[in-house]
Design a protein around this ligand. Structure first.
Ligand code: FES
Length: 138
């Protein structure tokens, strides 16, 4: 079966021309997640300025749907506040792509999950440190 019989045009377009692929050197936050059932694996990098995601990039080992959903996750997240980006859900990704085949819905979980982990990583790194290098509870 060809991909075009399975995925809609928008998914195929993101699969063939994924946006924001790569790493951000010295990223402000990094989130990594894998799907143990299929072995696909996604890492998301974020750059934060004044509480907004000014850059979002990803690297992935995964299926066409994971490539498309990761690509669109980075597009949706760019320019958003940390809080807005944290709220991006798999339904938003599927909607932005105009739908996914039922058996590929699970692939849309990776993007938002890795993005949330990257945001949490940023937040944990930006907590004030005590003089002995420990993170403050405040
Ligand atoms: Fe694993 Fe698509 S089959 S994320």
């Amino acid at each position: 079966m060809s991909y075009s019989m399975f995925y809609n045009e928008k998914v195929l377009e993101h699969f063939l021309n994924p946006r924001n692929v790569g790493e951000i050197p010295d990223a402000d936050g990094v989130g990594t997640i894998g799907d143990p059932t299929c072995g696909d694996y996604l890492r998301v990098y974020i750059r934060v300025k004044d509480g907004r995601l000014v850059d979002v990039k990803f690297k992935l080992y995964g299926c066409p749907a994971a490539i498309g959903t990761s690509s669109v996750t980075t597009e949706l997240a760019r320019g958003k506040t940390l809080e807005e980006a944290y709220q991006i859900a798999e339904e938003d990704i599927i909607k932005a792509l105009g739908g996914l085949p039922d058996q590929k819905i699970h692939c849309s979980v990776l993007g938002p999950a890795a993005l949330r982990l990257a945001i949490l990583d940023y937040i944990s790194k930006s907590r004030p440190q005590t003089p002995d290098g420990q993170q403050s509870e405040n």
